[in-house]
Design a protein around this ligand. Structure first.
Ligand SMILES: Cc1cc2nc3c(=O)[nH]c(=O)nc-3n(C[C@H](O)[C@H](O)[C@H](O)COP(=O)(O)OP(=O)(O)OC[C@H]3O[C@@H](n4cnc5c(N)ncnc54)[C@H](O)[C@@H]3O)c2cc1C
Ligand SMILES: Cc1cc2nc3c(=O)[nH]c(=O)nc-3n(C[C@H](O)[C@H](O)[C@H](O)COP(=O)(O)O)c2cc1C
Ligand code: SF4
Length: 648
């Protein structure tokens, strides 16, 4: 068989371990972490899914090597803890049995101990040790590690490395990037020491090298060790690619793979985890530059999801391995699909950050486009239904599409009706915003899945009570979504007004000066887009805050873009729309004109409750999902759609 992406699919040998392909799974936090730091069964299932999906290596994240100086918020591996070794062994085993090489990341957070804790107040009670005495931006005191403590931590890395190998991991990743302890030593931003660990880069790299040497002694010459580093830090006080190259050259003798990431968790979050506002693969140049100066294999990462781009990276010699994090949540089976020439079936990551935000909010994990994530133990297989039924799905948005696809995979006879002439629901509107194009593509992918699974799609077909009763289905999934909220503000029905959902169809109506009414997620993103197009954009919002509905990871990045492109008028209530702009009442109730000949209305959505109520008794099994149930997110629409179909 001729592989479409031969470079991605070719094996690579590191140390004496051969990996089945060049598509590796990056570390992605824990799902369940026991109080004593054991890797819980949910985490094992979380990582196992990526092994089933065909990745060459699956990296389990942050094993904290020295709890004494690093709090206890992440995984530990410690013989004194009952089940610690066993749980790590089960995890390595669960990955290995699917042909992927299990790897695990060894880390120490240094002066940012407890960053991933949900209860941030508890961080303050942790000891915070870094390369140098300092006070963190949040007021927390950091103490400089003494030489004795450094030696102890180096020893801890080596000790844990031995346990990792014993547990069955066949590679380990030393985390030397993203602002954690080793990176703190490497970075002039954090390291102000005047001893042999500070000053020139040879000194700042001393701690990293001591760690790597100590690990090598324990794991032996043939066990692959990978060093994860930031190729550049992208802040004035940090290091740039020139020092990144020096760091790579200094660690090269002790490692088998140099993994080049970028930035720091604390200061450049949207670069380390490239946001939807940046290019895919925006950090690949760092790996490519470093690769010119070292002879050991180099890995790259950052917003990678397109097999063509990843193939080119390896084929052109920019890197030897591509890592993915979020893309393998969105579609853990990407490596298999690439290998089997089924790349048309890949579900692309939206870079929406729900995965990371959910962790911060609730200590759980989920993914907008993949309802299984974080709940892998609750069943990652769609089993055939014991009794085949006739299923009618009303609405072809993300919720309806996912429900229809899932029901069809279970063997049901599925009819999906969409009242408009195209599938996708609200996702159709995202085709106008280049940075959200993947959200639009998601509707195309789900629609393809439906067709491939045999769903009968009826466009221009509105499901009414009569229609549903005529179809006489056993099950009805009501996924009719929501409609835009258009309050009775004079002039809002004018020719110069475009509803945000319709912007993709009415782009030509929008001139060079625009007022966007509504500073929620939808209004903010549309305003940013119009600003990027070079228009003069003013945003009017009644509340004092923008985009409270955006998740905690996406929102700060969104607000940065707003600062670049949009003039914001918070605390302004729209009174009427005119041909010159929107007349508002400011906080003191003064009337002010916010000028702009074109107006975008982004004032929210309202569930189609009337349609729902009409359909509630139209079949024996009825389930209301997505925005039709509660105006919410794609995440909920897909998740509820999936489970509605499983429940039939
Ligand atoms: C501008 C905008 C931007 C957004 N951005 C994001 C984002 O970045 N991230 C996020 O998670 N969420 C976002 N959302 C919310 C998200 O789009 C919705 O939560 C999601 O689309 C809901 O999916 P759904 O399938 O329930 O409904 P919809 O997407 O609304 O689809 C419902 C479908 O049902 C059809 N329909 C209605 N009545 C009938 C009937 N009687 N018979 C047949 N068909 C019918 C409609 O035509 C429509 O196609 C955004 C919303 C808007 C408005
Ligand atoms: C949910 C999630 C959890 C993460 N947890 C870790 C972690 O524990 N350790 C780490 O080094 N990187 C972690 N990262 C960063 C990723 O490994 C990766 O470097 C980053 O997401 C960029 O890759 P991507 O664009 O393919 O997502 C995490 C990323 C995500 C999305
Ligand atoms: S939640 Fe969003 S960013 Fe995270 S993996 Fe899923 S689609 Fe990508």
């Amino acid at each position: 068989m001729e592989r479409k992406y031969p470079h991605l699919c070719s094996p690579i040998t590191l140390g004496r371990t051969t990996f089945r392909n060049r598509m590796f799974s990056a570390p992605m936090g824990g799902t369940d972490i026991a109080n004593d730091g054991c890797i819980g069964p949910k985490s094992t299932a979380f990582y196992e899914l990526r092994a089933k999906g065909g990745a060459g290596a699956v990296t389990v994240s942050e094993l904290m090597v020295h709890p004494k100086t690093d709090g206890s918020h992440a995984y530990h591996l410690d013989e004194s803890i009952l089940n610690s070794l066993a749980s790590a062994t089960y995890t390595a085993d669960a990955i290995r049995r699917h042909g992927a090489i299990p790897s695990i990341e060894l880390s120490h957070s240094g002066m940012f101990a407890g960053t991933y804790m949900t209860d941030k107040s508890k961080q303050k009670s942790l000891s915070q040790w870094g390369p140098s005495d300092t006070v963190r931006a949040d007021g927390v005191q950091v103490k400089a590690l003494t030489k004795d403590m450094i030696d102890e931590i180096v020893g801890a890395y080596a000790h844990v490395a031995g346990l990792v190998k014993r547990a069955g991991f066949e590679m380990l990743m030393v985390h030397g990037g993203h602002g954690w302890l080793i990176n703190q030593f490497l970075s002039p931003m954090f390291n102000k020491r005047e001893d042999e660990y500070g000053g020139p880069i040879e000194n700042r790299a001393r701690f990293a090298i001591e760690v790597l040497k100590a690990i090598r002694e324990v794991v032996g010459p043939f066990f692959p060790i990978e060093f994860r580093m930031s190729g550049a830090e992208f802040v004035d006080e940090g290091y740039g690619i020139e020092e990144g190259i020096e760091i790579a050259k200094l660690v090269e003798p002790y490692v088998d793979l140099i993994h080049v990431s970028a930035g720091t968790y604390q200061k450049t979050f949207g670069i380390t985890h490239p946001s939807m506002f940046t290019d895919h693969g925006r950090n690949v140049f760092l790996a490519a530059e470093i690769k010119k100066h070292v002879s050991k294999p180099v890995a790259t990462i950052g917003g990678l999801s397109d097999p063509e781009q990843m193939e080119e990276i390896i084929a052109s010699g920019k890197a030897d391995v591509v890592y993915m994090a979020r893309q393998l949540l969105a579609d853990p089976f990407l490596p298999r699909k690439v290998t089997e020439n089924r790349d048309g079936d890949i579900v692309k990551c939206l870079r929406c950050f729900t995965c990371m935000a959910e962790r911060a909010a609730t200590s759980t994990r989920r993914c907008t486009v993949n309802p299984i994530i974080g709940r892998e133990m609750e069943g990652d297989e769609v089993y055939p239904a014991p009794v085949k039924k006739k299923v009618l799905v009303a609405g072809g948005g993300p919720g309806g599409l996912y429900a229809a696809w899932t029901a069809a995979r279970r063997g049901h006879q599925v009819i999906l009706c969409e009242k408009e002439d195209t599938l996708g629901g609200i996702l159709k509107s995202e085709q106008a915003l280049p940075f959200k194009h993947e959200m639009y593509e998601l509707s195309l992918t789900y629609a393809k899945f439906c067709r491939d699974a045999g769903v009968e799609i009826r466009l221009n077909t509105e499901v009414t009570k009569e229609y549903a009763e005529r179809e006489n289905a056993d099950a009805l999934i009501i996924a009719v979504g929501s409609s835009p909220l258009v309050p009775p503000i004079p002039g809002l029905d004018g020719e110069n007004v475009v509803i945000v959902n319709n912007y993709y169809k009415e782009k030509d109506k929008v001139g060079d000066e625009v007022v966007v009414m509504g500073g929620g997620l939808a209004g903010c993103e549309c305003a940013i887009h119009l600003g990027m197009e070079g228009k003069k954009v003013r945003l009017v919002e009644m509340r004092d805050v923008l985009a409270p509905d955006a998740n905690v990871r996406h929102r700060p990045l969104l607000l940065k873009e707003i600062d670049k492109y949009v003039t914001v008028h918070t605390g302004h209530r729209a009174l009427r729309v005119t041909s010159e702009g929107v007349v508002c009442a400011d906080k003191d109730n003064n009337e002010v004109l916010v000028p702009g000949a074109s107006v975008i209305c982004a004032l929210g959505q309202r569930s189609r409750t009337d349609v729902v109520n009409e359909l509630l008794d139209a079949a024996p099994f009825v389930r209301v999902i997505g925005d039709a149930s509660r105006v919410s997110t794609i995440t909920n629409a897909v998740y509820w759609g999936y489970h509605a179909a499983l429940d039939i």
